[in-house]
Ligand binder design. Structure first.
Ligand SMILES: [Zn+2]
Ligand SMILES: [Zn+2]
Length: 397
């Protein structure tokens, strides 16, 4: 029976191309505006008002949409449309997109793959981009990874960003879209214009990371782990079998491998006393906090009766990481730190180093995420019946 099912699954996968998922991204939500100009990137674009088809705009034409009272008024060279709730623009060609300008803002013109819906919220317009997931992934990799990386690094980023997006599609459900375009979700400024990234996304098309239970993973990452990543539970108290501490030799010579901060003895002791009630007269309690050398990633500073959680020290003093030593000489206290960021999951500078050293993207992902599987997102429903977005709750990366 199982064999028959597998055969059917393989034949349908080979014979038909699964429909690509379309994501609804809330774009430019950090701005307020009452008008917008939208142009077709290639070919004609169909205009809908409150769900009803009203006509088309040509490639050289633009549709300007204004908020007038509580209604939307849209005009192009040959079209004049009003809507109560929403105006929708859908390019006729699947591979096309829309160029967008905010006439009263200095924002440079942007091109978005897929369609755009314009709605009203209070006294402002709201935009949602309905974008096929592969085009969205390429846009995010361009905005998040930057230029001049190795191809394997871009492939690794593509799998991570795609996994993150699908794992978090319920993040903005009450607002009527799936993900926003800022750091809260993943930075996205529209279509990708870098060929090397488009190729990396194409080469990993549909590929996502799942754990042993075939659940999409929280693909957490940080800038530099300082030579050792952390267990998820050491930071957020929730254990994840794929977010395990890993020794990392690849990031130790990278730009954010080390940092230093200096305090006066008075400042340091004053902080420990005020925050953790470590009495300055209690030498036994204080000494391990004046001279402290971690042998590996610790959760608490020093071996003392007072519990001094390193994550609180990092937050309070805005340190780059929780991975540091303390050396006191006379009136000076020096913190010598390693790494930058929370230290859980993938270490970006280590991953860049691995890509430069000729490792492929699957090696990189498996180095930082323990016992994960790379699968085609379209096969997830075959392995289990539940919604692939299950597990969207969890720590933000
Ligand atoms: Zn968001
Ligand atoms: Zn590292």
């Amino acid at each position: 029976m199982r064999l028959t099912a597998l055969f059917l699954f393989l034949s349908t996968t080979l014979c038909t191309l699964a429909q690509e998922k379309v994501l609804r991204i809330g774009i430019l939500r950090d701005r307020t505006f009452r008008n917008v100009l939208v142009m077709s990137q290639r070919g004609v674009c169909t205009v809908f008002a409150d769900g009803e088809r009203k006509g088309e705009i040509q490639v050289n034409d633009g549709l300007r949409v204004d908020l007038s009272g509580k209604s939307l008024v849209a005009k192009s060279l040959n079209l004049s449309v009003t809507a109560k709730e929403r105006i929708e623009l859908v390019p006729r060609m699947e591979t096309s997109g829309l160029r967008l300008r905010l006439p009263e803002s200095k924002l440079a013109e942007r091109t978005y793959p897929g369609g755009i819906t314009i709605t009203v919220e209070g006294n402002n317009l709201r935009l949602t981009n309905a974008v096929p997931i592969e085009a969205y992934t390429a846009g995010v990799v361009q905005a998040e990874a930057g230029k001049e990386h190795r191809q394997e690094y871009y492939k690794m980023q593509a799998v991570s960003c795609r996994t993150y997006a699908l794992c978090n599609v319920r993040k903005h459900a009450p607002e009527g879209f799936e993900l926003c375009d800022g750091v809260h979700c993943q930075v996205y400024h529209g279509a990708c214009r870098q060929d090397s990234i488009t190729m990396a996304v194409e080469a990993t098309k549909g590929m996502v990371m799942v754990d042993a239970d075939i659940k999409l993973i929280h693909a957490l990452f940080h800038s530099n782990c300082g030579g050792e990543t952390m267990n998820a539970e050491d930071l957020w108290s929730k254990r994840e079998p794929y977010l395990r501490s890993t020794v990392d030799e690849y990031c130790r010579q990278e730009p954010h491998a080390t940092w230093q901060r200096t305090f006066t003895r008075k400042e340091w002791v004053g902080y420990l006393e005020k925050r953790f009630n470590v009495k300055s007269a209690d030498r036994q309690a204080l000494e391990p906090l004046l001279n402290y050398e971690p042998t590996c990633r610790d959760i608490f500073m020093g071996n003392t009766t007072h519990r001094v959680p390193l994550k609180h020290v990092r937050e309070d003093l805005k340190l780059k990481s929780t991975f540091f030593s303390v050396t006191t000489t006379g009136e000076q206290v020096v913190l010598n730190g390693r790494g930058f960021g929370h230290g859980v999951g993938l270490c970006q500078e280590g991953a860049m180093h691995m890509a430069r050293a000729g490792k492929n993207y699957t090696d990189i992902l498996r180095h930082y995420y323990t016992d994960v599987h790379l699968v085609d997102v379209n096969s997830l429903d075959f392995f289990r019946d539940e919604d692939p977005s299950t597990g969207s709750a969890g720590p933000k990366r």
